[in-house]
Design a protein around this ligand. Structure first.
Ligand code: NAP
Ligand code: GDD
Length: 343
């Protein structure tokens, strides 16, 4: 019999790649979708005909219990979050509720539906749980590269909320014997990345400038360093983490770090331009407390999961530029003004 997975955040970048991967593996895939007439649900269901959906919101405990009860999944992947870090300063309480307390709510839903208690003989039930933890938890890094035991020093309300999600996941594993793990994932991008994140903002901006649809590109801290990988590789690691004999947390990243300036240089070069002629620094885009540098040590994931990234940084930026070019060209043909998300 095929396994059944429930994905929260299915309409996001990672949710779409994970859904495709699990469908390829023969899973029945259900996505938790919030709101009324969610526009991204329609687009997703057209692309993946075999998907099923269930209503629910990370802010609403009852809806999560009902969703778990209706789907009866073998595996739950909790990807739902407000994932854009700057929003966490302007809407700190909302981000804490969704990204932090929301994790507690879905763990509680699993506990209730599985009938788990805190008894020392608790079996942990049948449902396996994946939490989308983040390298933002390392924040002001205590050491480099960062591994599973590196202490946290989050720099944003987003990072603080993710740290709560991380520890409450571990706590449910220790308290109820739940098979619950956190993937401590470093930045991962793709042609499906939201336009607000720096890589896609740059690839899209370079393409728009090349096609004469934009004059300048406003950016913040060009010196920030991230360990950027390809989202399609990272969702495979999520699945691998739930197939292990013991539930463990893993750092997932490439172990290579680049600057925002590197992204700009490669993206503009890919369309035959020099970034220095078009990028304008906007001090308003600099964050109140920045994460200057992140670099993963993925040795544990490599040794225990056999996971390895397959797409280099340079290939990733080129892939995103190529995709933005093809979509923008199509959009021009059909007379649309805005570059839509490329999926
Ligand atoms: P994304 O594209 O921004 O997707 C976020 C998803 O969360 C969307 O499907 C969104 O649904 C959903 N969501 C937001 N608030 C919700 C709520 N109240 N109830 C239910 N669903 C809600 O993010 P992503 O890049 O795919 O990232 C997936 C997860 O990994 C996130 O938790 C993110 O914080 C974490 N993460 C990402 C990275 C990365 O580099 N991409 C790295 C580390 C960790 P709507 O369509 O309804 O808005
Ligand atoms: N978004 C954005 N826009 N970032 C900029 C800009 C700009 O105009 N200019 C410079 N940056 C810098 C930011 O200051 C940050 O240091 C870096 O580019 C990356 O920013 P984002 O692409 O917005 O990603 P992030 O690192 O803040 O967060 C992403 O990765 C986390 C994992 O480390 C998100 O996907 C988070 O959800 C995820 O947890």
């Amino acid at each position: 019999m095929s396994k059944r997975a429930l994905i929260t955040g299915i309409t996001g970048q990672d949710g779409s790649y994970l859904a495709e991967h699990l469908l390829d593996l023969g899973y029945e895939v259900y996505g938790l979708v919030r709101g009324q007439a969610n526009p991204r649900k329609g687009r997703l269901s057209q692309l993946m005909k075999d998907l099923s959906f269930v209503g629910g919101d990370m802010m609403d405990q009852g809806s999560l219990v009902a969703a778990l009860d209706a789907v009866q999944p073998d595996e739950v992947y909790n990807l739902a979050a407000i994932s854009f870090v700057p929003l966490s300063w302007s809407q700190a309480e909302l981000v804490s509720e969704i990204n932090g307390t929301g994790v507690l709510r879905i763990l509680e839903a699993i506990r209730i539906v599985s009938g788990l208690s805190t008894s020392r003989t608790a079996t942990g039930g049948q449902i396996r749980f994946y939490q989308a933890s983040s390298s933002e938890m390392f924040g002001e890094v205590a050491e480099s590269p960062q591994h599973e035991a590196t202490p946290f020093h989050p720099r944003s309300p987003y990072g603080v909320a993710k740290s709560f999600g991380h520890f409450i996941t571990r706590n449910y594993r220790e308290s109820y014997g739940l098979y619950a793990v956190s993937g401590m994932l470093f930045n991962h991008e793709s042609p499906r990345r939201g336009l607000e994140f720096v890589t896609r903002k740059i690839t899209c901006g370079a393409v728009n400038i090349k096609l004469g649809q934009q004059e300048k590109l406003l950016l913040g801290n060009m010196a920030a360093q991230r360990d950027w990988g390809y989202a399609g590789d990272y969702v495979q690691a999520m699945h691998m983490m739930l197939q292990q004999p013991e539930p463990r947390d893993y750092v997932i990243g490439t172990g290579r770090t680049h600057t925002v300036e590197d992204v700009a240089r490669i993206a503009f070069e890919a369309v035959g331009l020099d970034w220095r002629d078009y990028v304008v620094i906007d001090p308003g885009l600099v964050r109140p407390a920045e994460v200057d540098t992140l670099c993963a040590n993925p040795a544990k994931a490599q040794a225990e999961l056999g996971w390895r990234p397959t797409v280099s940084f340079e290939e990733l930026i080129q892939m995103m530029v190529d995709s933005d070019l093809s979509h923008t060209t199509k959009e021009q043909q059909y007379g649309h003004l805005q570059l839509a998300a490329a999926w």
